[in-house]
Design a protein around this ligand. Structure first.
Ligand SMILES: Cc1cc2nc3c(=O)[nH]c(=O)nc-3n(C[C@H](O)[C@H](O)[C@H](O)COP(=O)(O)OP(=O)(O)OC[C@H]3O[C@@H](n4cnc5c(N)ncnc54)[C@H](O)[C@@H]3O)c2cc1C
Length: 436
């Protein structure tokens, strides 16, 4: 038997999604000896990056991860985390994060927006069909607006973004947290990929390191500060294995549905995802323009019934509006590996109301009313499993001294909107605290 590998640092960061990448980069730039442990690898140089095959290779259970209720969760495991497959949307944190929980990340969010030049796509790149949907919404009295994006078309070799960029961006326009990882490494971070952290090591109520497997081989890493950023599913699992039994009890998901209708004109499948959106803050949902990529369309809708998969030949004419419901905390991530995320009695009527509004907008945009249907439920924002106010304080520290969490799992409630700008804001704020 080989002896466990032993590593040492000032700070260990676990996971390289937007939370971990932001923290690791900031700490290294501040002079801390930082070890970044990532379960996956950097998939960007691989020839299959940004293809359907790639999405099967780098998503947990080849994209076939389901909750007990049948909700499909897309969970990319790779350098950059889920931003490798995100739709590139940016949204400022909701006001309630500051007003209700006292977490003010306004300055950090403003810094990120300036640094990454976050802005809507120019009008000519927002997509003809997507713009038609937004105009239909506006005509019905809903104030659709161009969505802020982590996309800079000028960076692209050739901007040809369609919904397929959610398989991984091949044209180069979309920012990905892997870029922060590159910058972290340039600033001196020791990045170890294929490093799966299993548990946190503590002594006398203080964190002293982590243990896990590095390329299959047992390892321990020691540091006085550990930041868990393994995401809304990964982080509670590590905490559970470390004896924190309340981790993973309850979760948010921003449960997602796409409502489709077919029109005679071209649809929005070949257009950049989510270029326009509208949020009903009171009811708690966000609508945006999106049709699933070509091959995903029959696979996902076939889960509802084969009859919907048979709509595939009409994909070019599909108009899609996506609903993200700010769902209530429910279900959870459990130590036996199961995940549960039921809609609550308060969630269901709000989802139905949102579907009804999508239907009206699609008809106004030219869809044949007879063709309209809703896709199966999906989850892209697993979050709220290690909530601020429950398991971490407003500085993101757990009950164990020196052990912090910085990722989507700390959200005290589901955001009901894109998460990444909030996560990077939390990361920058934590860096300032840890460097003090
Ligand atoms: C298809 C899709 C589209 C989306 N679109 C948008 C969008 O347009 N805008 C937006 O803001 N958000 C979007 N999101 C959501 C957003 O990408 C995630 O909420 C965000 O990336 C979560 O960040 P995180 O740091 O919490 O975790 P993640 O991004 O999940 O990163 C966690 C990292 O930890 C690693 N890890 C897990 N377990 C371990 C372990 N035990 N040891 C070591 N490493 C581990 C994982 O491999 C991963 O790299 C989308 C998500 C998906 C799936």
């Amino acid at each position: 038997m080989s002896s466990p590998l032993s590593l040492q640092a000032d700070v260990i960061v676990v996971g390289s999604g937007p939370g971990g990448a932001t923290v690791a980069r900031g700490l290294a730039r501040g002079g801390k000896k930082t070890l970044l442990l990532e379960r996956g690898v950097d998939q960007r140089p691989r020839p299959y990056y940004g293809t359907y095959l790639g999405a099967l290779i780098y998503s947990d259970r080849s994209s076939l991860l389901f909750t007990q209720e049948g909700l499909n969760i897309v969970r990319p495991l790779m350098v950059g985390g889920a931003t490798s497959m995100f739709a590139g949307c940016a949204a400022p944190p909701p006001d309630w994060l500051k007003d209700k929980y006292g977490v003010d990340i306004g300055q950090e969010v403003a810094e990120t927006m300036e640094e990454l030049e976050i802005a809507p796509l120019p009008p000519e790149l927002r997509g003809e069909a997507s713009t038609r949907i937004a105009q239909a919404g506006q005509a019905l009295g809903y104030d659709w607006e161009p969505q802020l994006k982590f996309m800079r078309p000028a960076r692209a070799r050739k901007f040809d973004c369609g919904a397929k960029c959610m398989l991984g961006c091949r044209c180069g326009a979309k920012w990905n947290a892997a870029e922060y990882v590159d910058e972290a490494v340039a600033a001196g971070v020791d990045l170890r990929t294929r490093a799966r952290v299993e548990r946190v090591l503590t002594e006398d109520g203080r964190v002293v390191g982590v243990a896990g497997r590095l390329a299959g081989r047992p390892f321990t890493a020691r540091a006085g500060t550990v930041v868990l950023s393994a995401g809304g599913i990964g982080t509670p699992r590590i905490l559970q294995a470390s004896g924190v039994r309340q981790a993973g009890v309850g979760m948010g998901m921003d449960t997602t549905v796409i409502v489709y209708g077919f029109s005679k004109k071209r649809g929005n499948g070949n257009e950049p995802p989510m270029t326009w959106s509208w949020e009903d803050l009171d009811a708690g949902y966000m609508l945006s323009t999106l049709t699933d990529p070509w091959l995903l369309f029959p696979l996902i809708n076939g889960l509802k019934s084969p009859r919907y998969a048979l709509q595939w030949p009409k994909w070019n004419n599909a108009l899609g509006v996506m609903i993200k419901l700010r769902d209530e905390i429910s279900g959870g991530v459990f130590p036996d590996g199961k995940i549960s995320k039921p809609l609550t009695d308060n969630d269901r009527p709000r989802m139905e109301r949102a579907e009804e509004i999508c239907r009206k907008i699609l008809v106004e945009a030219g869809a044949d009313p007879e063709t309209i249907f809703a896709s199966p439920l999906r989850g892209t924002h697993p979050s709220g499993t290690v909530r601020i106010g429950t398991l971490v304080d407003t500085n993101l520290q757990t009950e164990t001294l020196g052990l912090y969490v910085c990722d989507a799992s700390v959200f005290p409630e589901a955001l009901g909107r894109p998460t990444v700008l909030t996560i990077t804001g939390l990361g920058k704020r934590l860096v300032k605290r840890l460097l003090q």
